[in-house]
Design a protein around this ligand. Structure first.
Ligand code: FES
Length: 246
């Protein structure tokens, strides 16, 4: 399907969203709650673009991360209208994470006026939802979006150590504002009010997973799990292939 992005004609793939098409062609669109691993959520609205559809007189604004291209639309990724809306979004998000370096950059980039900060839990959380998706992707539901309106926040049930949490820290790794705190010492990791034993790679000796993660992999695969980090697992595989192909 042919579409026009900022006047340039591009070929969209089947089912592709405007954001995906633009990213594939290095056309920048700011996005906070989209991740290639999960697709778009339409939550943050930073990816808004102007859209002209066949048969419609007025342009409308759509979240490019959730708009699948199904007709020959024309898209404008940067305009005064789009910029103004993004600036307002940044202004509101910055209330929740005013001291966060990444958010400060966005404030500067969009010239967003500052509003009095609001206290969030965890501090700096902008409710993008990526952590929930990461947890689900790992096959777990340890954290949830709780309450509504200004009370809304991400937490474990009753803010207690959740049985479901295996301490993988995928939620913390994906968080754009590093709002989810992870504490580690030589032998343990603490996250979401729960402490986990860390397991060292049997080859290089570096900690690479929690004991609960290994157990989860063992249970869900039905196989024994060799306690190797990613790097050493690949090395071992490559050595085995060389050995058996001699
Ligand atoms: Fe599209 Fe957040 S990236 S709404």
């Amino acid at each position: 399907m042919k579409v026009k992005i900022n006047g340039q004609e591009l070929e969209a793939r089947e089912g592709e969203t405007i954001l995906e098409l633009c990213l594939r062609h290095d056309i920048p669109i700011p996005h906070l709650c989209y991740h290639p691993a999960f697709g778009g959520q339409g939550a943050c609205r930073m990816c808004l673009v102007e859209l002209k559809e066949p048969g419609r007189v007025n342009n409308r604004l759509v979240a490019s991360c959730t708009y699948p291209i199904h007709s020959s639309v024309e898209v404008t990724t940067e305009s005064e209208r789009v910029h103004r809306l993004r600036r307002n979004i940044v202004m509101l998000l910055a209330r929740r994470a005013s001291q966060n370096p990444w958010m400060k950059e966005l404030v500067e980039q969009y010239g967003a006026p500052s509003l009095p900060p609001v206290q969030t839990e965890p501090a700096d959380c902008i409710l993008c939802g990526l952590c929930n998706h990461a947890c689900e992707k790992m096959g777990k539901t340890a954290i949830w979006s709780m309450f509504r309106g200004i009370e809304k926040r991400i937490a474990t049930p009753y803010d207690e150590a959740a049985d479901e949490c295996m301490g993988c820290a995928a939620c913390a790794q994906i968080c754009p504002t590093q709002a989810i705190k992870v504490e580690e010492d030589a032998a343990t990791r603490t996250i979401w009010n729960k402490k986990f034993e860390l397991v060292a790679c049997r080859r290089c000796g570096k900690n690479f997973a929690t004991r609960e993660q290994i157990e989860y992999m063992r249970e869900s695969s039905g196989y024994e799990v060799d306690e190797l980090c990613d790097h050493c697992r690949k090395l071992t595989l490559a050595q085995n292939v060389r050995h058996y192909s001699r």
